[in-house]
Design a protein around this ligand. Structure first.
Ligand code: COA
Length: 180
């Protein structure tokens, strides 16, 4: 379609809706997902089914987004914590000069607008990341985090989901924050 750049190697599911000025290459997008204007999704990134990717978001190589995930506007994912323009020989870096770092956003999570997600983190199922947050560490399932750096804010209907494993994850998360 006009004003879209979708490379031949992109794997699109059924009924994916792609707005204008979108740049996709080497990536995978699942059924029914919507992609807003000025979104770029790089090679080896994966977006699941029924996701909403809002305008101006950048999804880089190394990012995996599971099903039913909401990504707000202008969200940036990071895949290189110590970036350099040039290599040891003074030439521009190529893919051989650095290693892609990964991010996993689990099913049903939501990332507010204008967030930055640093590499090597996992955002748990159904977690919500407040607008403008910088996520530096793993986020447990079913919690809200916000701020820079993103800190625990509150749980989401936690008591209605009495999963022992999730309680343990939350306990570990809180323990680290309040240093008990
Ligand atoms: C994080 C969030 C879910 C919290 O919602 P909430 O629980 O209703 O929070 P409240 O509005 O009651 O605010 C509670 C406190 O947190 C602060 N706060 C709210 N959101 C914040 C954020 N994103 N970052 C930092 N602080 C935040 C408020 O200023 C308030 O502080 P105070 O108690 O000192 O006055 C929500 O504010 C948010 O950021 N949602 C994401 C929205 C978004 O980006 N949508 C994208 C598509 S439009």
């Amino acid at each position: 379609m006009e004003f879209q750049s979708i490379a031949a190697d992109v794997k699109l599911g059924e009924n994916v809706k792609i707005h204008k000025f979108v740049n996709l290459y080497g990536c995978e997008v699942g059924d029914n997902t919507k992609i807003g204007v000025f979104v770029e999704i790089q090679k080896n990134a994966r977006v699941g089914k029924n996701c909403k990717i809002s305008s101006h978001t950048f999804i880089c190589e190394g990012v995996t987004i599971e099903d039913n995930v909401f990504i707000g506007h202008s969200v940036v994912f990071i895949n290189d914590m110590y970036p350099r323009a040039t290599n040891g020989n003074g030439g521009l870096q190529t893919e051989k000069d650095w290693k892609v770092e990964r991010i996993l956003v689990k099913k049903g999570a939501s990332i507010g607008s204008n967030c930055t997600i640093l590499s090597n983190v996992v955002i748990g199922e159904n977690a919500i990341i407040g607008a403008g947050s910088v996520v530096t560490k793993d986020v447990p399932p079913n919690v809200i985090v916000a701020g820079n750096p993103a800190r625990f804010f509150r749980t989401i209907d936690f008591l209605s989901q009495p999963d022992v494993n999730e309680q343990y994850v939350l306990y570990e998360f809180l323990k680290e924050r309040i240093k008990v």
